[in-house]
Structure formats: C-alpha cells, structure tokens
Design a protein around this ligand. Structure first.
Ligand SMILES: CC(C)[C@H](C(=O)O)[C@@H](O)C(=O)O
Ligand code: SF4
Length: 482
C-alpha cells in the first residue's frame, strides 16, 4: 500500500491516491473491488446485513476492523429506564447481540463513550488519514475531514463489507472546491457548508468526490472540517475529503486507536504525502470567495434552499425555471412562509443544538458563548444534545451545561435525537425548529414539523429571540467565535 502511494509519476489527486492504494482488483468496465480499512456500524442499517450473514453461515471477515455503537434510537433523557419504544429497543438489542456473536467491538448505551457514530469515530482515533472507511449511513463523509476516503453504503453493502472487508464499487470523478479568504464575522464552518450546498445544489456533487481546499478550509479546526465534510452528501456527493495537515495530526495524536510509538512516525511520513500533487487534474473545479459567505438559514425543505439571514423568503415567481418555481412553491407551502418575508421575522418554537453536523465541543462552546447570562424566549423549547458522552463530559467540565440550563435549555444525553427523531425527540406538526442538523426534509423532525438549518451560534440567537435572528447584531465581536 505504501509503495503505491509513494510512487512517482503523473500528478495525482488526493482522491486518486486514496483510491489507488485500496484497489484489490479492477475490471475493464471500471468495476472495482476496494479494500475497506474501517467499518462503522449502527443499529439502523445493520440488522438485515447480519441476518444475511447468518443465513449464509458466513463469519465477519475482520471484526477488529469493525466498530459498532447505537445512536439513532437512543433516549436522551432517563436513560436508566431503558428504551420505551419496542422497535427502537429491539434494534439496539439486536445490534449488541450481533456484535457479541461476531466479536465486534461495541459501545453500549450506558458506556461513557457512547455517541453518534460520526462523532465517536474521530474521538477514538478510529478515523485516520489515508484509510477507506464506510458505514451504512449517508453522513459517513464526515470522516473525510481527516483525509480518509469515507462514504455511506447501503445495507446489502454492509453485509458485503462484513463478509469480505471489501466493497464492489466504481471510482467517482474528482471535484475540487477551493475556498479562500477569512470567514466573515459571525460565520462558521456550518455557513461554509450551507454555502457549498446552496451553490452546487442538492445534485451538483452527484458522481464526484469533493476535495475541499484553500486557505479558509486550512484555517478550520478539525471540528469545523468535520462540519463541512458532514454536509457533503447534501449536494449529492458521497465523499468530501480534506488533505491532512498539522491540525489533523494534532487531533489524532494520542487517541486510543491512533498509531503510537514507532508506528506514529511512519504514519506521519505516509500521511504527509496525502495531498493532491501540483498539476493534478480535477474533473471539475469550483471557487468560492469566503468574503461572500454570510450567516445562513434554510427557508425550504431541501438543504440548498438557503439564504443569508438578512435576506427574505424568495418569491417563486423569480425562480430561474418552471421546475424550481414549483419546487419553491411546494417548499413554501409546507414551511408556511410567504414570499418576501424578512427571514428575521420568522418565529421559532423549538431549537435543537446537536447532531453529527454540530454536536461537537466547539459547537457547544460557540452556542454557550451566545447564550451566557441570557434567557431563552418564553415560548421556545430549546435543547442541547451533545454528540457523544465525551463531548458531554468535556462540556460539563467547562460549565457549559450550567450556562445552557440557566438560560432555559434542556441538557440531554448524547445521540442523534431530533436530527431525525427516531428516538421520539420530535417537534410537533406546524412547529418551527431552528436546528443545527443537516437535513430540512419534510417531516424529518416530526410529521408536519418545519426545519430551519443554521449554525450553532445562529441557533443560540434564535432561542434567545424566539425567531430567526442575525447573530451579528446580537453580540459584540469579542464574544463571538466558532
Ligand atoms: C438512518 C440512516 C440510514 C440515515 C442516513 O443514512 O443518513 C440517517 O442517519 C440520516 O441522517 O438520515
Ligand atoms: S445525527 Fe442526524 S445526520 Fe447524523 S447520523 Fe444521526 S440522524 Fe444521521
């Protein structure tokens, strides 16, 4: 593997380096058997895969390369009472049983390390530069922030990877999205992600692996890079990658599953080569000037239906084509919004801070910085759901839980929670939720519930004001970060 990566020749993209070093065999038509280094598993997309293995009496090829945790169906309050919903409980129990049968490392619901699969993978050092990584989950792209080729797979592919540690797939095209310049005041990685999705559209990245490059991306923390890569799938692209650098190495160093001792130095030597060569050719290039980014909020039912917070709800009459006009009209009808309405006048009922997009420690710090010493608007129900047990413990060590609680937020146990509502954390029909998650699809946070995607500081501002609010007007420069 190392030899392939180190070999000279044509300038190659980072994507090509990651791909080439994991090809087991390739057919003339491009169908490839790709070696998978790490397989993350959660309770929703794995049961049928394990059943398939049982039917075929096949073992798991490399249990030690597999790692499982329940996250979607887990309660975020009263966890000692267990899981009330029978189906949810069954999914989590079945996962534990399957992991026991196949000796797959498993984090239990009551473990201090439990959390959303895309939050704990990096935390534990399972996510590393240069690896191929899959999970039966579309937001697996999150791990690409470390220079890993990481993507979501379907349940039948989960079974294939469990059985063979390989995947049958085809190489995607390469796109580079270069973002240069300083992020404007009040903006964070979430706004960058929403800007990318807004510009490319929900299908603009389909068929591509996207490499994020440029000074703005380089200046992001690992948390910010994960936020950016997390939303990659929302423009249709299965994997987003960022070349690893000192920021990456500092994050990975000393984590449980990271290389140590002499292996650390050889890993660094390899990881240092994981970047696109000068002159590498991409199938598509997109440039974004960071100065054009603003604090964003989605107004519709697709993640690309996004506008700057100081903007207005668009008028479908101005849509560039008939298809988009109809889509906008449908979205506005569901969202209960009138064209031309200033976004800052939209009232909010629920605020959700969490998810694999924005449930990490920096996100909570940033939101706490906004709410410190203030109160959540009386008619708003606001909750913070840390992305993992470790994030929760760190936040509590810093006193962030106290800040949120005294402002009127609920402080919950880690999991996916209201991002998708599989665990019963739902908004009611007609309610409007300001959410730091990644999808605003119809009914995602509850039947008839309306989702506005935004950054942690923007969610915090919405909680305080009881409406979508411009965080820039809320705070002085000295208090704003993240
Ligand atoms: C449940 C799972 C299959 C799903 C995904 O693939 O992304 C979920 O995590 C989501 O965010 O919608
Ligand atoms: S937090 Fe949301 S987006 Fe992330 S894995 Fe869970 S349900 Fe999917």
């Amino acid at each position: 593997m190392l030899d392939t990566i180190a070999s000279a020749g044509e300038p190659r993209t980072l994507h090509a380096k990651l791909w080439d070093s994991h090809v087991v065999t390739e057919r003339d038509d491009g169908t490839t058997l790709l070696y998978i280094d790490r397989h993350l598993v959660h309770e929703v997309t794995s049961p049928q895969a394990f059943s398939g293995l049982a039917l075929a009496r096949r073992p798991v090829a490399r249990p030690e390369a597999t790692f499982a945790v329940p996250d979607h169906n887990v309660p975020t309050i009263d966890r000692r009472l267990g899981i009330k919903n029978a189906l949810s409980r069954r999914q989590v129990e079945v996962l534990e049983l399957n992991c026991k049968t196949h000796r797959i490392p498993f984090i239990r619901l009551d473990d201090a390390l439990q959390g959303i699969v895309h939050v704990i993978g990096p935390e534990l050092g399972l996510t590393q530069p240069g690896v191929t990584m899959v999970c039966g989950d579309s937001h697996t792209s999150t791990h690409g922030a470390f220079g890993a080729l990481a993507f979501g797979i379907g349940t039948s592919e989960v079974e294939h990877v469990l059985a063979t540690q390989t995947l049958v797939t085809k190489r995607a095209k390469s796109m580079r999205v270069t973002i240069d310049g300083e992020l404007p005041f009040g903006c964070s990685a979430k706004d960058l992600a929403l800007a990318v999705v807004g510009r490319l559209g929900v299908a603009g990245g389909t068929g591509y692996v996207i490499e994020y490059a440029g000074s703005t991306v380089r200046s992001l923390s690992m948390e910010g890079r994960m936020t950016l890569c997390n939303m990659n799938i929302e423009c249709g692209s299965s994997s987003g990658i960022i070349a690893p650098d000192e920021t990456t190495f500092d994050y990975v160093r000393s984590r449980e599953h990271a290389p140590s001792g002499g292996e650390w130095q050889s890993a660094l030597d390899w990881w240092g080569s994981l970047r696109s060569d000068d002159g590498a050719v991409f199938d598509a290039e997109v440039h974004i000037d960071a100065a054009t980014i603003a604090p964003y909020v989605t107004w519709g039912t697709l993640p690309d239906q996004v506008a700057p917070i100081d903007g207005r709800v668009p008028d479908p009459a101005d849509a560039p084509n008939e298809l988009q006009r109809q889509a906008q009209e449908r979205a506005l009808a569901y969202m209960g919004l009138e064209p031309g309405l200033p976004l800052t006048s939209v009232p909010i009922d629920v605020v959700f801070i969490g998810s694999c997009t924005n449930g990490r420690i920096e996100d909570l710090r940033a939101a706490a910085g906004v709410v410190a010493g203030r109160k959540v608007s009386k008619h708003v129900r606001a909750m913070v759901v840390p992305g993992s047990g470790r994030v929760k413990a760190q936040a509590e060590a810093e006193g962030l839980d106290k800040i949120f609680l005294s402002a009127g937020f609920e402080w919950r146990e880690p999991g996916c929670s209201m991002c998708l509502g599989m665990n019963g954390d739902l908004a009611e029909a007609g309610q409007r939720c300001a959410s730091t998650s990644n999808r605003n699809f119809e009914g995602r946070q509850g039947r008839g519930a309306r989702t506005h995607l935004l950054s942690p500081v923007m969610a915090a501002a919405a909680a305080l004001d009881g409406r979508l609010s411009d965080v820039r007007r809320h705070l002085g420069r000295d208090r704003l970060h993240g």
